[in-house]
Write a protein that binds this ligand. Sequence first.
Ligand SMILES: Cc1ncc(C[n+]2csc(CCOP(=O)(O)OP(=O)(O)O)c2C)c(N)n1
Ligand SMILES: [Mg+2]
Length: 358
Amino acid sequence: MAKAAETPPDTLLDKDTALRLFRMMALIRRFEERTEEQYTRARIGGYCHLAIGEEASTVGAIDALEPGDCLYASYRDHGTALAVGSEPVAVMAELFGKETGVAHGRGGSMHLMDVQRRFFGGWGIVGAHLPIATGTALALSYRDLPNAVLCQFGDGAVETGSFHEALNLAGVWDLPIVFQIINNQYGMGTSVEQSSAEPDLWRRAAAYRMHGERIDGNDVLAVREATARLMGIARRERRPALLETITYRFRGHSVADAGKVYRSAEEIESWRKRDPITRFGLHCSERGLLEQDEIDQVWSDVAAEVKSAIDEALGAAFPDPDTLYEHVYGDSAWREQFSRMRAGAPFGERGEERTWQT
Ligand SMILES: Cc1ncc(C[n+]2csc(CCOP(=O)(O)OP(=O)(O)O)c2C)c(N)n1
Ligand SMILES: [Mg+2]
């Protein structure tokens, strides 16, 4: 390892930026470790997908957004919400299904959102949000707004028809959108090599005459630089791009999967040596940007922040069951529609008429 004195300074990085990026990645890591624990304590219902190990791909890209840019993500979205600036307590409350959650407890882990910060979800159907994000880019373009969309999704989504439809339209209509493949090398237990006729996923861009690029997704600075550059082109020149960030999830696909059957212990260990947070911490300390005691302080600050988020979210109220369909549908017809349903009859079977308070 190079000594501090021998290591060239990082002229592209200032101390505030270094601290901001490191702190956010550390917050996400602690938040997700504690989330895993909360799940085993049965405080979180439904699915729960952790992105431990993928923090640089999330934080680097989101740090490159400018006010007015729009963001879409898949269901592996805890870090996404934290990176856009959603309050950790509101994110944890959502995981607990509480009314104070970012989606009023209706969405849970897979459907986080923060519309004010222009984070339009957290989507559970693989590939479903790509056409919607493309529609958002069309809206920005149509209204002549100076912003662009960042659409993040997994390597598995590349094999869906909606990937093709979205990239084709973005190419045909010159839309301001960057498609970011967060390639963690597996879709559930299937590797990219097993599921892709062209495992160099970034090359798919050529089919749409679009710029494609692959970078190290565990290098937060590389992700930030590439996203800033491609979003800049999308904003200024209305040209879409495909960015592939190579990373690895240390945990299983979801909390129900130990992640050890379809990959070897050696493989997991080799990626642990490339942990994006340890690596960035080292980069910053070697270049004199962060002292060890500052790094230690960040870890203890984020641990306290996550603890207080858990404590506060635990004390929050669950939604009143009578308000279950509020915040779920955009128009007022939901009352009429659901008035015809019985509990346990989700397909509209006619049951006892219910009256809903307005
Ligand atoms: C259309 C659709 N098919 C299948 C599923 C089930 N499913 C959930 S996650 C997943 C794997 C997706 O992998 P990837 O896109 O690489 O994302 P990652 O989980 O690795 O973040 C699948 C097949 C789904 N949710 N939606
Ligand atoms: Mg994947």
